[in-house]
Design a protein. Structure first.
Length: 157
């Protein structure tokens, strides 16, 4: 029917589009960001699959909060592997797991971000109901710098 748009639940949208790994991760098999996070189009908007799945299972994500992965697998969409936290929580989690030095990553974030972080910032701005100021506060950078990243004018490490 022309002009009629069908709406599906997140569960319907992701069913059958992931593979279950030996570790229990549900690895997204469709579109991904350059950083490896699953992307799905829902009601005309692109969403990170992990955020969409978390929201459907647990309700709205509080402003300024992120959906983090216990499994450290960006493509995982298993809500049992996800938890809510701040960007600081994410950096601490990474440091605790030996993926990055928290002090080094926090200091570096004040002056520049990695290519992966820049992609996440652009994706967050394009797909989430957050302002550049909210993103800046979460990442420990200035709103002006977020604007440069969003417009592709900032250099990333």
């Amino acid at each position: 029917m022309a002009g009629h748009q069908r709406f599906f639940s997140v569960t319907d949208r992701i069913r059958g589009k992931y593979t279950v790994s030996d570790s229990g991760c549900w690895i997204w098999n469709r579109a991904k960001s350059p950083a490896g996070y699953g992307i799905v189009r829902i009601d005309g908007r692109n969403w990170l699959v992990s955020r969409a799945a978390w929201s459907e299972a647990n309700g709205p994500i509080p402003a300024g909060m992120y959906v983090l992965h216990r499994c450290d697998t960006p493509a995982c969409v298993n809500v049992e592997h996800l938890f809510i936290g701040t960007q600081t929580d994410n950096m601490r989690d990474a440091a605790n797991k030996g993926r990055v030095s928290y002090a080094a990553s926090h200091a570096a974030r004040r002056c520049k971000v990695s290519l992966e972080d820049a992609e996440l910032i652009r994706l967050a701005y394009e797909t989430l109901p957050v302002s550049q100021s909210d993103i800046a506060a979460a990442w420990g950078i200035t709103q002006t710098y977020v604007g440069h990243i969003v417009r592709g004018k900032a250099r990333a490490a």
